[in-house]
Design a protein around this ligand. Structure first.
Ligand code: GUN
Length: 298
C-alpha cells in the first residue's frame, strides 16, 4: 500500500489567510492605511461571478477594503480602459484585478497592459512577467504562486528533480515553469503539440497538470513517488450528477504518487489566498516595506 499524502488546500489556504490577517493588522498599525483590492468584472459569466463573490468575501475577512466594479457585457474597451486608469490613480487602491475572460469585443492584452504594474496583483502585466523570468522580485500569478507554496511544504529546493508541467497557459503553465526554475528544478512543459506526453510525464518527480482536460493524466503516466499538483477544475456529469474533477485521474494517481492535491479542495482555495498575499505585498511595496515571503513563515 502506497502512503500518498492528499494535501488539504482548504486548510492550508485558511492558515495563509490567517497569517495575512495578522500581517495586515501590523501593516495597518505601522502605516495607518488599510490595503484595498479593486475587482473589475464585466458581464455575467457564471464561473466568474462565483470567483468574484469569494474574492470579495475573503478580502473583507482578512480586514482589507474591497472595491467592486460590475460592468455590463457591452461596456466599450475605451470605457474599461478609463476605469482601470482611475483605479491606477486612486490612492486607496493597492491592487487591481480584472476578471478574465473578458467579452470578445475587448482585447484582454490591451486592458492588462493598462494596469499599473505595481498594482497588478494577478501578475499578468508584461513588466511583471519579464521580472519573474529574470529572477527579480515581482507580483507573481496567484495560482502558480499557490502551487509553489504547496511544493515548498515538501521541498525548499528542487536541485536534481525533474518537473513536468502539462499546459502552456500564461496564467499557470508558463509562470509555474519560471517559479520551478527558481527552485532549481529541471523543467519541461508539454502541450497539445508535444509527442510522447505520456513518456515525458512518466519521468517527472513533480507533475503539474494545468490543461483543462478532465482526468487526462492516467495512473500509468506517473512515476512511483511523484508529487502531483492538479490545477484542473473540470465540471463533468457522472451517474447523472454534476461533479468537479481535475486533469489527473485521482483514483489511479494516489496508488503511485507520494503527494497529490485533490479536486476540489486542493489548488483552488490557494488562488484567492495568494491574491490576498499579493495585495498585501503590493501595499507594502507602495510604502517601501519589504516583501513577505510566506514560505519562510508557514
Ligand atoms: N479567471 C480565471 N482565473 C483568473 C485569475 O487568476 N485572474 C483573473 N483576473 N481572472 C481569472
Amino acid at each position: 500500500m502506497n502512503d500518498c499524502i492528499v494535501l488539504d488546500g482548504k486548510k492550508f489556504a485558511s492558515e495563509i489567510r490567517s497569517k495575512i490577517k495578522d500581517l495586515g493588522k501590523q501593516f495597518i498599525e505601522e502605516t495607518g492605511f488599510t490595503p484595498g483590492l479593486a475587482v473589475v468584472v464585466v458581464g455575467d459569466h457564471p464561473a466568474s461571478k462565483v470567483y468574484v463573490r469569494n474574492k470579495i468575501k475573503q478580502t473583507e475577512e482578512v480586514g482589507f477594503n474591497s472595491i467592486e466594479h460590475k460592468l455590463p457585457t457591452n461596456v466599450s474597451e475605451k470605457d474599461l480602459l478609463s476605469i482601470v486608469d482611475h483605479l491606477n490613480h486612486n490612492k486607496k487602491v493597492n491592487g487591481i484585478l480584472v476578471q478574465l475572460p473578458l467579452p470578445e469585443h475587448i482585447n484582454s492584452d490591451v486592458i492588462l497592459d493598462k494596469i499599473d504594474p505595481s498594482k497588478d496583483v494577478d501578475g499578468f502585466h508584461a513588466t511583471n512577467v519579464g521580472k519573474l523570468w529574470s529572477g527579480l522580485n515581482s507580483l507573481v500569478p496567484c495560482t502558480p504562486l499557490g502551487c509553489s507554496l504547496m511544493i515548498k511544504k515538501l521541498y525548499s529546493d528542487l536541485s536534481g528533480k525533474k518537473a513536468v508541467i502539462v499546459g502552456r497557459s500564461n496564467i499557470v503553465g508558463k509562470p509555474m515553469a519560471a517559479l520551478l526554475i527558481k527552485m532549481n528544478a529541471t523543467v519541461t512543459i508539454v502541450h497539445s503539440r508535444t509527442k510522447n506526453i505520456e513518456e515525458i510525464c512518466k519521468s517527472a518527480d513533480i507533475l503539474i497538470a494545468a490543461v483543462g482536460v478532465p482526468n487526462m493524466v492516467k495512473g500509468t503516466w506517473i512515476k512511483k513517488g511523484c508529487v502531483i499538483i492538479d490545477v484542473g477544475i473540470n465540471r463533468i456529469e457522472k451517474d447523472g450528477k454534476n461533479i468537479l474533477v481535475g486533469d489527473v485521474d485521482f483514483n489511479e494517481a494516489i496508488k503511485s504518487s507520494s503527494m497529490i492535491t485533490p479536486v476540489p479542495g486542493g489548488v483552488g482555495p490557494m488562488t484567492i489566498a495568494c491574491l490576498l498575499l499579493n495585495t498585501l505585498n503590493a501595499s507594502r511595496a507602495q510604502y517601501n516595506l519589504n516583501e513577505i515571503d510566506l514560505s519562510s513563515v508557514l
